[in-house]
Design a protein around this ligand. Structure first.
Ligand code: IPD
Ligand code: CA
Ligand code: CA
Length: 263
């Protein structure tokens, strides 16, 4: 697999998809709910996933596709090359704000992240990562993350995780919120991972994410030096929803040890 050749190809189709999304702002979009009333999907999420699938099937017929909207393959193992795609990460922001959403794409070979992309469509900002080749913000190579302290960190998380919930003892989250310098909530896991990779935040925590939310961002964040695991400190789950913590390497283990309280 020639990663640099694929990188050029992927950047061109991501930009094409971004163009389609920007054009959709001029049209009426249809909105539906999925698992609950706040879990939204639009015709644009579906059209963009189908656009990627048609290109991948045509140009990389041996590769499999794990897409959020379900038009790709049924993925039960990590064998071979898999494109993990979230056509719009931050659909609620896409609908309500027309900003703060991204295309998220990760290419994995036998479970190992090779290429990662997060495209902030409205700002035309493309974050990318190539295994062993660095992380980039557009054409600029991102500097390795510098060590920090919890008390000097900005943490990104959804406020949902600071109230009682069935996944996790929220008293740990409350203590973490008190101890960090600041909290941000952008509403797109992909954008939050791009911000971690570029040093704008120092950690991103979620009690429940899917593989397509994190696949692209993990490649980029790891190339910048970040560490990403589930709450047990195990490699992030590429097949199912799981807990997730990605952070600057100097605070990742401290957050897990001091604040992630078992129920
Ligand atoms: C969601 C966003 C959100 C995160 C949710 C995801 P979607 O993705 O990344 O920030 O908190 O867990 O499901 O549904 O907009 O693709
Ligand atoms: Ca998502
Ligand atoms: Ca999505």
């Amino acid at each position: 697999m020639d990663l640099h050749e694929m990188d050029r190809y992927i950047k061109s189709i991501i930009k094409e998809a971004g163009h389609k999304i920007r054009n959709s702002f001029l049209t009426d979009i249809s909105i539906e709910s999925k698992s609950d009333a706040n879990d939204l999907v639009t015709n644009i999420d579906k059209e963009i996933e189908q656009f990627f699938i048609s290109r991948i099937n045509r140009d990389y017929p041996d590769h499999r596709i794990f897409g959020e909207e379900g038009f790709g393959d049924e993925i039960k193992d990590t064998n071979g090359v898999i494109w993990m795609l979230d056509p719009i990460d931050g659909t609620m922001n896409f609908i309500h704000q027309k900003r703060n959403f991204a295309i998220s794409l990760g290419i994995y070979a036998d479970g190992v992240g090779k290429l990662g992309y997060i495209y902030d469509v409205v700002n035309d900002d493309l974050y990318s990562g190539i295994q062993g080749g660095g992380a980039y913000y557009n054409d600029e190579r991102l500097r390795p993350l510098q060590d920090t302290e919890i008390g000097e960190s900005i943490l990104a998380m959804n406020a949902t995780w600071a109230v009682p919930n069935r996944h996790f003892d929220h008293n740990g989250t409350l203590k973490l919120i008190q101890d960090v310098r600041g909290i941000r909530s952008y509403g797109s896991a992909a954008i939050e991972l791009a911000y971690l990779a570029s040093g704008r935040i120092d950690a991103y925590i979620s009690m429940r994410l899917s593989p397509w939310d994190i696949a692209g961002g993990m490649v980029i964040a790891k190339e910048a030096g970040a560490v990403a695991t589930n709450f047990k400190g195990e490699p992030a789950n590429l097949l199912e929803q799981d807990t997730f913590l990605a952070a600057n390497p100097s605070i990742h283990a401290k957050i897990l040890d001091r604040y992630i309280l078992p129920k």
